[in-house]
Design a protein around this ligand. Structure first.
Ligand code: SAH
Length: 246
């Protein structure tokens, strides 16, 4: 089972330690840190209590994309209900899906910084957006407490005897493969002179959201890549001819 917790831009080392502890209680061990302000750090170790092994094994990244590259399902978390065409789910609704993806290809649950949370650019790289229901007048939990709630739900959904979603026949496409799909898509749009009518250059962001939401598996990804390659192969001679005319 591979379910990782990703902390983006964590500011307080004490929180990193508390996250490690929250994870270990619930059987999670894979901690990924993106640009931690202070790490390793004595406060983190102190707050981790007996979970310093989780801290010691933590992986540090400069780029968010690297922290999720090999994951099939990426769940972003937010206290705020942003105006994005995302399916906004609660931890309990997505926990079984996280466990299922964790059993075939890997899942990530992503948390933002204490001050600003996840940016829209980071959220756009996620497949799902999850929010812990709270009193709407005070919806922002401490980072480690938010991790605890998700880790607890994932533990409940994954412990022996819990009802299982049938395993996937074909693993999900990884975040890195999705990035390559978008690059390919962009090349083809340019190639066929497709006009962005979204007003403001949002076309690729919309396409990204659409496919992220669809949770493509490896076969579906290969079909789309094949279609894109076929479009490129077909257009090429026509374009050369028109170039010659002008
Ligand atoms: N000021 C930030 C809050 C950051 S709290 C904001 O308004 O977005 C730090 C992180 O904890 C958040 O980025 C999110 O990952 C998680 N978190 C806090 N409260 C949450 C909630 N109610 N639901 C889901 N995640 C939450």
């Amino acid at each position: 089972m591979s379910i990782r917790i990703v902390l983006v831009d964590p500011n307080h080392p004490g929180n990193i330690g508390a996250v490690a502890r929250a994870m270990k209680n619930m059987g999670l061990t894979e901690l990924h840190l993106v640009r931690p302000k202070f790490f390793p750090n004595a406060d983190a170790t102190a707050r981790a209590s007996g979970a310093d092994d989780v801290l010691a094994a933590a992986r540090v990244h400069e780029e968010f994309a690297d922290a999720i590259a090999d994951c099939g399902l990426v769940v972003g978390t937010s206290a705020r209900q942003r105006h994005l065409p995302f399916d906004l789910v609660e931890p309990r609704d997505c926990a079984s899906q996280i466990v299922q993806a964790g059993r075939s290809g890997g899942a990530a649950i992503v948390f933002g910084s204490e001050r600003i949370g996840l940016t829209n650019v980071e959220l756009a790289r996620c497949n799902l957006l999850a929010t812990i229901p709270t009193d709407p007048r005070y919806s922002s939990l401490n980072l480690a407490m938010a991790v605890q709630v998700f880790a607890y739900e994932v533990w409940l959904a994954g412990r022996p005897g819990a009802p299982e979603i049938a395993p996937r026949d074909v693993p999900l496409a990884s975040a890195e493969e999705m990035t390559r799909l978008y690059e390919h898509f962009e090349q083809v749009l340019e190639y066929i002179d497709f006009r962005d009518r979204t007003g403001g250059g949002h076309l690729m962001a919309r396409i990204r959201r659409l496919f992220n939401r669809a949770l493509l598996d490896q076969n579906e990804m290969n079909i789309l890549r094949g279609v894109l390659t076929a479009v490129q192969a077909r257009r090429r001679p026509a374009k050369r001819r028109s170039d010659e005319v002008t």
